[in-house]
Design a protein around this ligand. Structure first.
Ligand SMILES: [Mg+2]
Length: 216
């Protein structure tokens, strides 16, 4: 399998698993952003966010519609969080270095956040042929097939040669529609939908499987 395939990794909750700790830090930054941007109290900011979340899949989608702040400004601010709760993963670092095939990171987060997470994990960014972030996908995000098309065009890849490693079932559904092979990284014993070709509890176990089964 690996000889002619391209490995595409989501970042958050895929390359590491620290429960909701990073998500909680991002959420706190969202509140701070609105407090600062709109000069409102914490309670007022939370109310504004509640309203936004009733209308949009992502908070950032309110940019340009409800508010004048730019999507870049918003994402840069909320993704700038302390990643020190992410433990080193030497095993992952060694496995990635051993896999000769092209590897990419495709994330709804920012490039700076990718570098912070990789530094915490102890994984070199040099392992990856490309890091594709929310700005690269023009803020379409992975719930939109367009983000995958922009990714494939940028790196001159075909969907059929790409394997997506992801913790989000929703994102994997879109990846499958676009033509990717799909690998769900999820430690919960949930019912795995048919569009997930494989499921593993951790990224280390997933890479063990693909590295040890070259016929797959
Ligand atoms: Mg994720």
């Amino acid at each position: 399998m690996l000889t002619d395939q391209v490995l595409v990794f989501d970042l958050d909750a895929t390359l590491y698993n620290v429960g909701s700790r990073i998500e909680d830090l991002v959420d706190a930054k969202v509140i701070k952003f609105f407090m600062r941007e709109l000069q409102v109290t914490e309670d007022q900011a939370k109310e504004i966010i509640r309203n936004i979340r009733q209308k949009y899949a992502y908070d950032v989608e309110a940019s340009g519609k409800e508010f004048t702040f730019s999507k870049k400004e918003f994402m840069d601010y909320i993704c700038d969080v302390d990643t020190s709760c992410i433990p080193q993963n030497k095993e992952l670092s060694a496995k990635l270095a051993r896999i000769p095939q092209r590897k990419f990171i495709m994330t709804d987060s920012t490039r700076e956040h990718v570098f912070d997470v990789l530094a915490a994990l102890g994984v070199s960014a040099d392992n990856f042929a490309g890091i594709f972030d929310c700005d690269d996908m023009q803020y379409t995000f992975k719930h939109n097939p367009e983000s995958f098309k922009i990714f494939l065009n940028k790196y001159h890849l075909k969907a059929g040669e790409c394997i997506m490693f992801e913790d989000s079932i929703g994102n994997l559904e879109i990846a499958k529609q676009v033509g990717f092979t799909t690998v769900l990284i999820n430690s919960c014993s949930t019912v795995v939908p048919a569009f997930c070709d494989y499921q593993f509890a951790t990224i280390n176990l997933a890479l063990d499987y693909f590295c040890d089964n070259p016929q797959k």
